[in-house]
Design a protein around this ligand. Structure first.
Ligand code: NAD
Length: 505
């Protein structure tokens, strides 16, 4: 049984007119479970028109009303998040508890956006000049586009749309074609929460849908998350069409372990951050930099832990225990990651744990690959410099702290990094030395809380505004400064002609 996965426009499912479709699979079984509508330009125009029709009225709706809708959405999401987690697991493959974790982090942004009244307060200066007052305000942009990757079908859209909607914009979400169903569940939830039809819309599709969003004159801003080549494409093309853009790209996150670190904490963290969600996280640790004498013991402790991990169905239908790690998202992606393991072995890295040999607890046709651990990886190897985006952890051995920092700073990506040490001075120096946007100290996946902003440096983010937090509010609004003079009959200004540039007195 396959389901038809449509767009969502103006408060209702929209089938579209294109006859192009793509199959959606359950990665744990390999079975095709859905047929996704891929938008044509005309379909995109229809969805964007629905957003345009709703944007102005929503932008003028009172903050009190907008806040009530945000709270209602938060309550519904919190009560029913189990349904969303099932959908995520069935199309992405991550285990159910991990899907719940993704939703929890997205929900934090919804909760942040519930405080939008405070966040949109402007400034006011009385008598900035004699008899003249000045105040600032932030207006919504209108229609904004969100283009999201496969690896967080709920959380990544939720980095953006709660803030965009609370700020008074109408949204068109273009989800990944690999796991598109979460978007429709969220659309229906918004409707139940009382959001006016047309404020949240979904456009399904591939490059054609993306290009339509980048080029459409009614779309004011694009928030993109995905691989770096596509982020660069989106950044260039959306900018060319006059849009505000934040385009978050790929990553190659290093975790440095100094000799004085707590090795059990470091080994647990490396395993959790390297293999959680089968390594398909932009904040996954993919390189472990072992400094000085620490390497042999650390590699041994990580290897021991990987042998206890169960790879299997993230939501087993027979009631058996949930696995630690699910399948990869598609067969093609699974095979690509396996080919990186071949490449590392050929290049001379030591295969300490080989995920190609995994005995998965699941259907024979699932897209399985177990945790893989490489030692003695060097920067010339393909497995070091490519973003693998799978359950593959590479250990690089260096002698000094300075070598570890040099490796991180030479890397073209700058999304996340972490240091494990009990030396506060070294950690403080690391924080200053690395050219990376998000840093963990004894924390392997330092995803900022919702009231800070998420974003990397270098080829991990194009644009200058990070996601959510105050930067998110700034991205989804435009500033205005109003200079006002009201005539007070008791103290009337002199007036008269004066063509010189006005001076404040
Ligand atoms: P992707 O770049 O293949 O796809 C992302 C989005 O772009 C999807 O909606 C897709 O439909 C669209 N797209 C794909 N090819 C396109 C093309 N040629 N033209 C226009 N649009 C296109 O990324 P993915 O495989 O879905 O996700 C994994 C990548 O996302 C990894 O590189 C990962 O690091 C990155 N990511 C980054 C962050 C971050 O915060 N920096 C977060 C999550 C994921």
């Amino acid at each position: 049984m396959t389901t038809t996965i449509t767009h969502w426009a103006g408060g209702a499912p929209f089938a579209g007119t294109s006859d192009r479709t793509a199959p959606v699979t359950n990665p744990a079984t390999g079975a095709v479970t859905g047929e996704l509508a891929l938008a044509s330009r005309a379909d995109a125009d229809h969805v964007i028109a629905a957003a345009s029709a709703a944007a102005q009225e929503w932008g003028r709706t009172s903050l009190a009303r907008r806040t009530q809708v945000m709270f209602a959405f938060r309550e519904l999401l919190n009560a029913r998040k189990g349904e969303l987690a099932q959908i995520i697991t069935s199309e992405h493959g991550k285990v159910l508890s991990d899907a719940m974790g993704e939703i929890a982090r997205g929900q934090e942004v919804v909760e942040f956006a519930c405080g939008i009244s405070h966040l949109l307060k402007g400034g006011h200066s009385e008598s900035a000049s004699t008899g003249v007052d000045v105040h600032s305000k932030r207006d919504p942009l209108g229609v904004v586009g969100i283009i999201s990757p496969f690896n967080f079908p709920a959380m990544v859209p939720m980095w953006f749309f709660p803030v965009a909607i609370a700020s008074g914009n109408a949204v068109v979400l273009k989800p990944s074609e690999k796991d598109p169903s979460a978007s429709l569940w969220l659309a229906a939830l918004w409707q139940e929460a009382g959001l006016p039809d047309g404020v949240f819309n979904v456009l399904q599709g591939d490059k054609e849908a993306v290009d339509a969003l980048l080029e459409h004159p009614d779309v004011q801003a694009i928030s993109f998350v995905g691989s770096t080549p596509i982020a660069e494409y989106v950044y260039e093309n959306a900018s060319k069409h006059g849009k505000r853009v934040q385009a978050l790209g790929g990553a190659k996150n290093h975790m440095v372990v100094l000799p004085d670190a707590d090795l059990d904490l470091a080994a647990d963290s490396a395993v959790n951050a390297g293999y959680g969600s089968a390594g398909e996280r932009c904040m996954a640790i993919s390189v472990l930099v072992a400094v000085g004498s620490v390497a042999d013991e650390l590699v041994a402790r990580i290897a021991d832990r990987t042998h206890t991990l169960v790879t299997g169905d993230g939501n087993p239908s027979d009631g058996s225990k949930e696995a630690d790690m699910g399948p990869l998202v598609t067969r093609a992606h699974r095979d690509k990651v396996a080919s990186y393991i071949d490449s590392g072995e050929k290049a001379g890295a030591k295969v300490v744990v080989d995920g190609r040999e995994v005995q998965a607890q699941g259907a024979a046709d699932g897209f399985w690959l177990g945790p893989t651990l490489f030692d003695n990886v060097t920067p010339e190897m393909e497995i070091y410099h490519e973003e693998i985006f799978g359950p593959v952890l590479s250990v690089v051995r260096v002698e000094t702290y300075d070598e570890a920092v040099a490796l991180i700073n030479a890397n073209p990506y700058g999304n996340g990094t972490a240091i494990f040490t009990n030396d506060g001075g070294a950690a403080r120096r690391f924080e200053a030395d690395v050219h990376v946007g998000m840093i963990g100290v004894n924390v392997p996946i330092p995803v900022p809380v919702a009231y800070y902003s998420f974003g990397g440096w270098k080829r991990s983010l194009m644009g200058d505004t990070h996601a959510h937090g105050v930067e998110g509010v700034h991205f989804f609004t435009r500033g205005k400064v109003v200079t006002t003079r009201w005539i007070d009959p008791a103290n009337r200004p002199e007036g008269g002609l004066e063509l010189g540039f006005p001076r404040n007195v």
